[in-house]
Design a protein. Structure first.
Length: 173
């Protein structure tokens, strides 16, 4: 099953990371894991979420790249990539990922984490102070807007302004 990058979740900059806590949000074929005690911001048209144990195996139909983190505290909060099989996250200095498609994570320091998604044009996502940048998903978006999003309404309003080929496509293949 082949999917485009489709999922985007954002959190407030003051969200507190809780290692060993997970939330999973299901949108048809799309499932997202989140390691965070803060509020879960759902992607457009997401109707519900279900809880899962940490480090559970994820289905291969997952698409997209999402990162959320408060790196001054405990590091990486969330990552998903097309074909993700397992995510295990503790702190920024202790990240383990077993991915069928090569994803490279490097903890630069406590304020910045660099993620390189090798399967798609080596796009780079940078996370700083709990704010999120996602050029791998929206390569022509104004990322300053993405960094400042605070709630679902602002997220959906921004997504609606994207060209059709960049808008989220949930629950399909």
């Amino acid at each position: 099953m082949s999917h485009k990058l489709v999922t985007l979740l954002l959190a407030t900059a003051d969200a507190t990371i809780a290692a060993n806590q997970s939330l999973s949000t299901s949108f048809g074929d799309t499932t997202v894991f989140e390691h965070c005690a803060g509020q879960l911001y759902r992607a457009i048209n997401a109707p519900h979420y279900v809880a899962h144990a940490p480090n559970s195996l994820l289905p291969h139909c997952i698409q997209g790249i999402v990162i959320k983190s408060d790196l001054a505290e405990q590091g990486l909060a969330l990552l998903l990539a097309e074909g993700v099989s397992r995510i295990s996250t503790t702190k920024a200095e202790q990240i383990y990922l077993a991915l069928p498609h090569q994803v490279e994570l490097t903890a630069v320091d406590h304020q910045q984490l660099l993620m390189r998604h090798m399967r798609t044009t080596k796009a780079v996502c940078t996370v700083t102070d709990g704010k999120v940048g996602l050029p791998a998903i929206f390569p022509r978006t104004d990322f300053n807007k993405l960094l400042m999003l605070k709630n679902d309404s602002e997220l959906m309003a921004l997504l609606c302004q994207l060209p059709p080929e960049q808008q989220l496509q949930l629950g399909g293949g």
